[in-house]
Design a protein around this ligand. Structure first.
Ligand code: HEC
Length: 115
């Protein structure tokens, strides 16, 4: 009886702790880390790393330069692509694959003076 009770308390404590951590994570907007983005930007370089790059397929379009934009702007743009508020097939696919943390890191990287 005693052990059953204490294990129930332990399970409850774990749940409460998990919930608190979840809330803390949800409230804290992820902090961007430009260093971390260096392992994530390989898929952006193909399009955004080439000055004046224009794709040829499915139609010719200009790829905007993102280096030096403000981190807030980049973050917002990525969120909008992901949410479908901005529509562009390539960026929609890219943004969908990114977590909020990835976006913050990439925004810090491209928006940072180091770039
Ligand atoms: C297949 C090519 C391609 C890839 C890969 C790609 N982008 Fe883009 N990106 C584009 C194009 C084209 C646009 C302009 C779309 C539009 O007109 O809305 C764009 C727009 C953007 C914008 C908005 C710029 C502005 O001035 O409003 C941001 C920010 C951005 N991309 C970030 C990224 C990041 C970060 C990655 C990598 C995770 C990435 N992109 C990968 C082609 C690409």
């Amino acid at each position: 009886m005693r052990t059953a009770k204490s294990s129930t308390i332990r399970i409850l404590a774990t749940l409460v702790l998990g919930l608190a951590t979840g809330i803390a994570l949800a409230q804290d907007a992820p902090k961007g880390d430009a260093e971390r983005a260096k392992s994530k930007n390989s898929m952006c370089i193909g399009c955004h790393g080439i000055p004046g790059y224009r794709t040829a397929f499915p139609k010719v379009y200009h790829v905007p330069k993102i280096g030096g934009q403000s981190p807030g702007y980049i973050m917002k743009a990525l969120e909008e692509y992901k949410a479908g508020e901005r529509s562009h097939p390539s960026m929609l696919a890219v943004a969908r694959s990114l977590s909020a943390q990835d976006m913050a890191d990439l925004a810090a990287y491209y928006g940072g003076a180091a770039q």
